[in-house]
Design a protein around this ligand. Structure first.
Ligand code: NDP
Length: 475
């Protein structure tokens, strides 16, 4: 069977490159297709195309751009089955459960919601002599660099608010999941004017070329803190504004008053959605000694009950780790925990056979200083630290350089809120974790990045304020 060569979209046209690279199905190891390695000239052409049409796109009325977003939501709906299957084949998350169908449904919601939001003119000051208005204007060309864990959903978070507010976009997918993102961009282009949404793909240099390109006015990046730091440096060349969503090492604190059976599902999916390959997953679980054993037992029961395998198969709700780089990181952290004599309640060893399968792994009797606790595992391995003193648990939860999400689990709302107030994170959830919403701002503190996405604040982040200041005496 011949291998499909996928294409980028630039100025509404399908674009190939002389060089290509392979994208793999992580459940089988098979080649899914070939992806163009964009050249620096192609990156510059995509930025130039976006630049050329941006004034006309910005000149459309809000109602017209909202109409385009609703048309794109319809394209996503019409192609849900095709895109979900591609995501399962390339990213690995199953069709079922909180998997690829859920991801495309999220894309639809995160397209419709920005279409429903307004950024009205605000009055900063007004008296008899003057009136000062804040207008929100587009920034220009947005360079969007999307990751491999939620390749369409996070691309949507970058694309839709940008287009809604009059920017144009060049998106660069992760080299691990380019095909599904390129295909979504191609499909969205069927209802957009040429040049409004463009893609470039590649591995190694393309992200750097794009983020430092003259003509880029805003960079939106989701990925590692180290690449985030390089993007901040790149923005010194083109003065691009940046929104960085850089992952974290989210802590969850479980207080002694919980009912372990009632919170188990929330803790399980809060930790293992997308096999833990989610920026705001529980990555460190601190459980009070009074309920520690019962919580571990409930999680272990759930882990045993969740079918893992090729996500195209019916009933499968857990897939493979997306790529070998991440798989090796997970194995390394697990081996380190073994050397520290931690206790493996379940899992702990890669599964035999094709694909990057690593089982759900619960690790107890682990020191808070262990690498598995201190470093982001971004995978299906959860360290569970027992505590007796709440102040110490909060101190351990906060003693990291990142702060994306956190959660507290308790049947006492007042105490939960008090703990939430003391946890250092962009979002602290109570009795839930990772439950993001398109109306609610989301972003990290410390090395988890800066800027927010979603809701009205997310729209503001892809605009710049323009003040119109009126002298009333001469008006
Ligand atoms: P990276 O953070 O390194 O991001 C890779 C992407 O960034 C690629 O598209 C790459 O393109 C681009 N890139 C690399 N250098 C630059 C640069 N200087 N300027 C602009 N873009 C650049 O992620 P990885 O996929 O390598 O994953 C590393 C770790 O990041 C994971 O182990 C995980 O911990 C974390 N991660 C976090 C995610 C989250 O949701 N927060 C998502 C995915 C990963 P190119 O190579 O072509 O330049």
């Amino acid at each position: 069977m011949s291998v499909i060569i996928y294409t980028n979209t630039c100025n509404g046209q399908a674009i190939t490159s002389a060089a290509t690279f392979e994208s793999y199905n992580p459940a089988t190891g098979e080649v899914l297709g070939l992806v163009p390695s964009s050249t620096q000239e192609q990156v510059q052409a995509a930025v130039a195309a976006a630049k050329a049409v941006q004034p006309a796109w910005a000149a459309l009325s809000d109602e017209e751009r909202k109409g385009y977003l609703m048309q794109m939501a319809k394209v996503l709906e019409d192609n849900l089955d095709y895109l979900a299957k591609l995501v399962t084949q390339e990213q690995g998350k199953p069709l079922a459960g909180p998997g690829s169908v859920f991801e495309i449904q999220g894309c639809i919601g995160w397209t419709q919601v920005p279409a429903s939001l307004e950024l009205p003119v605000e009055i900063a000051f007004e008296d008899d002599t003057r009136r000062d208005e804040i207008h929100r204007t587009p920034i220009g060309v947005v360079a969007a660099i999307a990751p491999w864990n939620w390749p369409l959903l996070i691309a949507t978070w970058q694309i839709m608010p940008s287009l809604r507010t009059g920017n144009t976009v060049v998106i660069k997918p992760s080299e691990y999941t380019s095909i599904c993102t390129l295909e979504m961009v191609r499909l969205l282009n069927t209802v957009l004017p040429a040049g409004v949404l463009n893609s470039v793909s590649g591995s190694g240099e393309v992200g750097g070329w794009l983020s430092s390109a003259l003509g880029v006015d805003k960079i939106m990046f989701t990925g590692s803190s180290s690449t985030g730091a390089k993007i901040i440096q790149a923005s010194a060349k083109n003065y691009a504004r940046v929104t960085l969503e850089l992952g974290g090492n989210d802590a969850a604190i479980v207080l002694p008053d919980v009912d372990p059976a009632k919170i188990a599902q929330g803790l399980f999916w809060g930790s293992f959605i997308n096999m833990g390959q989610t920026c705001a997953c529980i990555k460190r679980l601190y459980v009070h000694e009074a309920v520690h054993d019962a919580v571990v037992e409930e999680l272990n029961k759930l882990a045993a009950a969740m079918p893992m395998g090729n996500g195209l198969e019916e009933g499968v709700v857990l897939g493979p780790v997306q790529n070998r780089m991440q798989f090796n990181k997970i194995v390394d952290l697990v081996e380190d925990a073994k050397q520290q004599a931690a206790n493996f309640v379940c899992g702990g060893a890669a599964m035999q056979g094709a694909g990057n399968f690593f089982p759900i792994t619960l690790v107890t009797q682990i020191d808070n200083a262990a690498r598995l606790v201190q470093e982001e595992q971004f995978g299906p391995v959860l360290p569970i630290v027992k505590f007796s003193n709440l102040d110490e648990a909060i101190q351990m939860a906060n003693a990291v350089e990142v702060g994306l999400g956190a959660s507290v689990w308790s049947s006492n709302p007042e105490q939960a809120r008090e703990v939430a107030n003391r946890m250092q994170a962009g979002t602290v959830w109570i009795n839930q974790h990772g439950t993001i919403h398109p109306m609610v701002p989301f972003g990290g503190i410390k090395q988890s990045g800066f800027g927010v996405e979603f809701g009205v604040d997310g729209l503001k982040a892809v605009t710049q304020p323009k003040i119109i200041s009126i002298n009333k005496a001469l008006a």
